[in-house]
Design a protein around this ligand. Sequence first.
Ligand SMILES: [Fe+2]
Length: 199
Amino acid sequence: MSLHLHRNIFGNPSNAGNVLSKAETDKLFTSWVLNPRLQLHMKQVAQLMKCWAAEKEMLDEVDQWRWEMAGLLHDADWDQWPDQHCKKIIEELESRNIDPEIIRAIASHGPLHFGVEPETKMDKMLYAFDELSGLVHAYALMRPNNYVGMDLKGVKKRLKEKSFAANVSREDIDDACKRADESLDDIITFIIPRQAAVK
Ligand SMILES: [Fe+2]
């Protein structure tokens, strides 16, 4: 099954800055995503996107929400329509005249799967956080104290064990860090405390 999108232009430039409200996003999120584990993953990635926008990109609250919204909705169609993954949420957001940068970030969050190159920093960080967030959370679940006391060294040890969270692509992680021009260590160190706060 190919999830290749076979296109490279998303949304309409005249919709720049258009977002869903928090309530509208929550409504879409809860009606499309029924699996609590996937919901948590999407909330974790959303929190990381928001924090990165605020702390590293120094963006204002309006832009922080654009980053957060991309994180909250990036896997919205995976639960109920896996064979239309990415395509369905993209078309939904296009039909609602949403900012093309948000739609593009979602479309490029798996370049090896969807065939869309991450271009902006928002695109690149969504791709990087997507896989690394999953690995860090899998590690938290196997630790007696969850995120408490977790450090970079422990995460990297798990990353080297191919059998640990084997569905998390090490190839995607390497590719994402290179594209984002951020070190693996810095991204993991950023993730641990911020992801720990998401319930
Ligand atoms: Fe994801």
